[in-house]
Design a protein around this ligand. Structure first.
Ligand SMILES: *[C@@H]1O[C@H](CO)[C@@H](O)[C@H](O)[C@H]1NC(C)=O
Ligand SMILES: *[C@@H]1O[C@H](CO)[C@@H](O)[C@H](O)[C@H]1NC(C)=O
Ligand SMILES: *[C@@H]1O[C@H](CO)[C@@H](O)[C@H](O)[C@H]1NC(C)=O
Ligand SMILES: *[C@@H]1O[C@H](CO)[C@@H](O)[C@H](O)[C@H]1NC(C)=O
Ligand SMILES: *[C@@H]1O[C@H](CO)[C@@H](O)[C@H](O)[C@H]1NC(C)=O
Ligand SMILES: *[C@@H]1O[C@H](CO)[C@@H](O)[C@H](O)[C@H]1NC(C)=O
Length: 482
């Protein structure tokens, strides 16, 4: 089972158990789907039959991601092996995720000092974040009636630690971290999170806030942390991770309903597969429904109850390394072996390569009638470019026939080479920002305004700009157009 399926399943089971008294229909449905993954033809849900009320220009993937990009032909550098040469040598589909992990794991950055550098200034940054959150909490009246807060938060009782997972903000990594902590309860030295297999960490039954009353916990805990992310970017990331690349589960749960509901005269294939759902259609679906039901796109305010649970550490995805280092400082722990998260960004990239490739190839097996393997490879390549792992200058190097022969392992190595060649950090950051901005260019202005409203408190409480440049320029242009 794929990591995200497991993630989803564990979240659902968790929530399903806690919220039996709440209408957690989405979860039940999801669980049923996962349990009966053999029977793919399900009845259409009633809400899918709602007439599409709005008609919009439909953007194809190429429209969304390709038109504005300046294509630069990839020229192999002489001192480096040509990346297209690698895939021929490893025709092997039979590696398990653990084996894959080991495979690239051996090239994981292994620097010598597992020490933690103290950054006193970062404590000030953290204090400012906590203060900002409290400031907003004072201004808004929150109903503390419904004990929805802290649901599913993971506990390390020994260290009196709580983590509220926010999906799309390194939550898999943090679950691996929590696994590592929980399994080394009395040690100052714990396993490096990247060495904890993903599926093991996601399947593990952690102690959670559901077992003991929240109020008792809030006081008793020493460290309460969460990681947040700029809401527009979190939303786009959900799209790229779950819909751009083949995903048997989310294409059905998100893409098919979005296409059926919001695309005028969608083709039969699109309605069956959801293979060409656009970002703007996804956004409409989020606005109409998903933001209330799906943890990947729910606001942090709804997921983690920041005003009821007094968080002590607030990490930002944008400053992940420093925040994680700070957290590790606060916990006064270090990692065993030669892993130093000085090189966290390298490990993050390698991990993204492994997990994404593994995921896309496995999901593809069930979606062969929805897209070609070549398309799958191209999309995976594009995903890595959007995430800023490999350079936009590197064109997808395989021919159709070569892609047909590609394996999980050969593809991972291909991406790994491309990653090694993508050494201009400035360029990678720029292309990430550009992909985000290009995606939002396709979203109608009124939908952008609705998103700003939906995530309003997330922006305010966590110090994000509701109108970053790329959003401001879209709104500005609209004003001048009127
Ligand atoms: C593929 O890998 C498995 C396990 O690593 C090995 O047992 C098998 O012989 C390999 N097959 C080929 C064709 O290389
Ligand atoms: C949380 O912080 C607020 C002030 O910001 C305080 O009034 C409240 O008692 C705290 N709650 C707990 C459980 O510590
Ligand atoms: C951190 O742990 C070390 C032992 O590994 C201990 O000597 C030190 O006092 C601890 N620091 C804090 C702030 O708890
Ligand atoms: C750490 O690295 C050194 C040299 O690179 C090696 O000899 C040692 O076995 C490594 N230790 C672990 C725990 O991997
Ligand atoms: C990895 O981290 C070490 C410091 O721990 C640093 O010296 C080295 O340059 C880093 N490697 C890369 C490729 O950034
Ligand atoms: C890195 O990329 C930036 C922006 O694309 C460019 O201005 C800069 O010259 C590049 N640096 C190198 C060393 O290629």
């Amino acid at each position: 089972m794929l990591s995200e399926d497991i993630e989803e399943r564990s979240w659902c089971i968790e929530t399903d158990v806690i919220m039996t008294w709440l209408p957690c229909m989405t979860c039940r449905r999801r669980l049923t789907q996962l349990r009966t993954s053999g029977s793919r033809r399900r009845r259409r849900l009633p809400w899918m039959m709602v007439t599409a009320t709005l008609v919009f220009l439909i953007f194809s993937y190429t429209g969304v991601f390709e038109t504005n990009r300046t294509k630069i032909k990839y020229v192999p550098r002489q001192h480096r092996p040509e990346i297209s040469a690698i895939h021929h040598h490893h025709p092997n589909y039979s590696l398990t995720p653990e084996e894959l992990l080991r495979e690239l794991g051996s090239t994981l950055a292994a620097s010598s000092v597992p020490s933690v550098s103290t950054e006193p200034d970062w404590a000030d940054v953290q204090k400012a974040r906590v203060d900002l959150m409290k400031e907003h909490c004072k201004r808004h009246i929150f109903s503390a009636r419904k004990p929805t807060y802290g649901i599913g938060s993971i506990l390390d009782k020994n260290r009196k630690l709580l983590y509220c997972p926010v999906e799309k903000v390194a939550s898999t990594f943090m679950r691996r971290f929590m696994y590592s902590l929980v399994h080394n309860p009395h040690s100052k030295t714990v396993t490096y999170p990247f060495h904890v297999p993903i599926d093991v960490a996601l399947k593990y039954k952690y102690d959670t806030t559901k077992t003991i009353h929240f109020r008792d916990y809030n006081k008793a805990l020493n460290t309460k942390f969460l990681f947040v992310r700029e809401p527009y970017s979190r939303l786009f990331s959900a799209f790229v991770d779950k819909l751009l690349v083949p995903n048997d589960v989310y294409w059905k749960w998100w893409a098919v309903p979005a296409v059926s509901k919001f695309r005028k005269s969608a083709s039969a294939k699109s309605k069956r597969c959801g293979n060409d759902v656009t970002f703007s259609e996804f956004v409409k679906h989020v606005i109409s429904r998903l933001h209330r039901t799906d943890p990947h796109v729910k606001s942090v305010k709804a997921l983690c109850a920041p005003c009821e649970m007094n968080y002590t550490v607030i990490g930002h995805s944008e400053t992940f390394s420093r925040d994680f280092r700070y957290l590790v400082d606060v916990l006064n722990i270090s990692f065993e072996g030669n892993s130093s998260f000085q090189n966290l960004s390298i490990d993050v990239a390698k991990d993204a390569i492994m997990d994404s490739t593994n995921g896309a190839f496995s999901h593809y097996k069930k979606l062969q009638t929805c897209l070609t393997k070549f398309e799958m490879g191209q999309r995976l390549w594009t995903k890595m470019q959007i995430r800023g792992v490999i350079s936009n200058d590197l064109e997808f190097p395989l021919s159709e026939q070569e892609m047909d022969e590609a394996t999980v392992r050969s593809f991972m190595l291909l991406l790994d080479k491309a990653y090694a060649q993508s050494d201009n950090g400035t360029q990678l950051r720029e292309q990430k920002t550009r992909a985000l901005s290009e995606a939002f260019e396709t979203v109608p202005v009124e939908d952008i305004r609705k998103l700003t409203e939906i995530y309003s408190l997330d922006f305010e409480m966590f110090g994000y700009d509701k109108y970053p440049d790329f959003i401001a320029s879209i709104l500005e242009r609209d004003k001048t157009a009127q």
